[in-house]
Design a protein around this ligand. Structure first.
Ligand SMILES: [Zn+2]
Length: 578
């Protein structure tokens, strides 16, 4: 039975869907049974159920608790979920996997209540860090502090307590704005900056009454420290860089598991990174399933794409078949999104074309020739249209190639004329629900009322037109939180309680579909992921309450109870299971 199922997963999938467990598969024994649950399968053949049987890394059967209990054998683990919700594992549709992991490695001061608390966090980190290595933190803001230091210069502390506690490590603490850093004496000595140093143009070295540098470096004055840090990182032995990258992969994966994610689509990897991920897939050390898109120059990719293309490598933990996200434009918040008409609050600007059209065209040519998907950032309506033009031209040259599923990432502003074009080209606008709420407070300022209403974050309009609904949070750009993005997708409620483009909410069903089946389709993975269907991978998330029925007000209270990847429980009741 086992051999047949492995060889013909589709046939068995059909059997599982049509047969009652009483007939043909009565002898199959599950490794894991989830019973008495509120199962929402995202599979139209059987949308709701009570129980799921899992054998090895696949879903064996779905049905009532009574039906599924028949798969219980002597060694079967039985979990009674007492009505908790079971859904297909969430899939992050667009993120940056190792940078996300990296963001978890540096100290986070967003909740620090004062400078002394920050110093003690740095001291703890120094105790676990080799002498000479940099210690980096981010997210501090003096206005959030409740305690005050005795000595203040321009409202900020001086570096002495930090420097005395960390004589062996250069320390750089990045302000939440990114526009300043606070450094210790060791860092200043390293780059030969002191109170007598002439600051660079556009920078400021803050000094006390005696002319001593306080440690605060504003704007351009921080550059020398950032350069010294990245130079140091780059010069370290290869083994060290690898162990750090491994740590990023593990940290990112574990944080994904805590948030109920079983798969993660990464938009921007390198050949070197894929080499390591492949090794980790061989070792069985990838915590979640990865779908990677290259962010390399077209000239460097030519000649290497065939060698690196892999689908379902390492028991379906690693797939590389996409090129992204070279950004065609910048972000809306910083007036970088490339628009068809000027910004309402900056009439001289249409935004920015970041990567030249020719470079994207060269990548598109490579992609279509080597069976890679394109997944390029187009935030503004001009960038979106340019990408459609490039994609359509590539498709027209290769009419034999069908089912390409090329994507436009973010797709935050779309001219109405381009919606139908997208449908006809079978292009996928890969959107992130959460951005409607994080950007909502200022979008109208940038675009004006009329354009905002007509074109911005029109995610449900796209789905109604027949396009694949997708979702994600672009970690580390936004918090890695499917629940947060689900909430925004179905409410469009901003932190201040107002609604942003509320006519564009997804239904609850559609929001769930977008985070599971929709994202699976955007990665050609609908045959193995996206629904709880016999024969598919047993990637499952258990939630504390039903996302489809709880009130808008309590949606955000939903907790991740369990995350199962390939039949293995990897996160349960607040703990990573190793
Ligand atoms: Zn991104």
């Amino acid at each position: 039975m086992k051999t047949i199922r492995v060889l013909f997963p589709l046939a068995v999938a059909l059997l599982g869907a049509c047969d009652s467990p009483n007939s043909r598969e009565v002898h199959a024994v599950a490794d894991l049974l989830l019973v008495n649950a509120d199962v929402v399968t995202v599979d139209a053949a059987l949308p709701f159920a009570e129980a799921v049987a899992i054998e090895s890394d696949r879903i064996l059967a779905v049905g009532t608790t009574e039906e599924i209990s028949k798969y219980r054998g002597d060694d079967t683990e039985l979990i009674d979920l007492h009505g908790q919700m079971v859904i297909p594992g969430f899939i992050e549709g667009h993120g940056h996997y190792t940078s996300f992991g990296g963001s978890l490695m540096i100290l986070d001061f967003r909740n620090a209540k004062g400078f002394s608390e920050i110093v003690s966090m740095v001291v703890d980190e120094a105790a676990n860090t080799k002498a000479g290595e940099w210690i980096i933190g981010r997210g501090w803001h003096q206005d959030k502090w409740e305690t005050r230091e005795d000595v203040l210069v321009e409202g900020l502390p001086v570096h002495d307590s930090l420097s005395n506690a960390t004589p062996d490590h250069p320390v750089m603490l990045i302000h939440t704005s990114g526009h300043a850093v606070f450094v210790n004496q060791r860092a200043m000595t390293l780059v030969e900056v002191d109170g007598s140093t002439e600051p660079p143009e556009g920078g400021e070295i803050v000094r006390d009454a005696n002319g001593r540098a306080t440690g605060m470096m504003r704007e351009a004055a921080q550059d020398i420290f950032r350069i010294a840090y990245s130079g140091h990182q780059g010069r370290r032995p290869a083994g060290l860089a690898e162990s750090e990258l491994r740590r990023m992969v593990t940290l990112a994966g574990e944080e994904a598991l805590r948030n109920g994610l079983t798969s993660f689509q990464d938009l921007g990897t390198t050949f070197a990174e894929v080499d390591l991920l492949k090794t980790m897939a061989d070792e069985g050390n990838l915590p979640v399933r990865l779908y990677m898109a290259f962010e390399e120059q077209a000239a460097d990719m030519a000649g290497r794409l065939d060698e690196y293309r892999m689908v379902g490598y390492g028991d379906n933990f690693l797939t590389v078949r996409s090129i992204g996200e070279k950004v065609l434009d910048g972000a809306l918040g910083t007036h970088g999104g490339w628009l068809l008409e000027p910004y309402s609050d900056m009439p001289r600007s249409y935004g920015l074309n970041v990567v030249p059209i020719e470079e994207i065209e060269a990548s598109a040519k490579l992609a279509i020739e080597h069976d890679y998907q394109m997944a390029i950032q187009g935030i503004g309506d001009r960038a979106y249209r340019e990408l459609l033009n490039i994609y359509e031209a590539a498709f027209a040259k290769h009419p034999d190639k069908t089912d390409l599923r090329w994507r436009i990432e973010h797709a935050q502003v779309i001219h109405p004329d381009d919606v139908q074009r997208t449908v006809e080209a079978s292009v996928i606008p890969a959107v992130q629900g959460i951005f409607a709420c994080s950007d909502g407070p200022w979008v109208e300022e940038r675009l004006g009322q009329e354009r905002t209403h007509e074109r911005s974050y029109i995610f449900n309009t796209l789905a109604e037109a027949g396009l694949v609904p997708t979702n994600g949070t672009d970690p580390p750009v936004d918090e890695i939180s499917p629940i947060g993005s689900f909430h925004c997708s179905v409410t469009r409620r901003l932190p201040d309680g107002t609604l942003f483009q509320p006519q564009e909410v997804y239904s609850r069903d559609r929001a769930l579909y977008s985070y599971t089946m929709g994202n699976a389709i955007a990665a050609f993975e609908e045959d193995i992921k996206g629904s709880i269907t016999p024969g598919k991978l047993a990637d499952i998330t258990v939630l504390s309450q039903n996302l489809l029925t709880v009130s808008d007000e309590t949606l955000l209270d939903t907790e991740i109870v369990m995350t199962i990847v390939g039949g293995r429980i990897r996160y349960r009741d607040g703990e990573i299971v190793r």
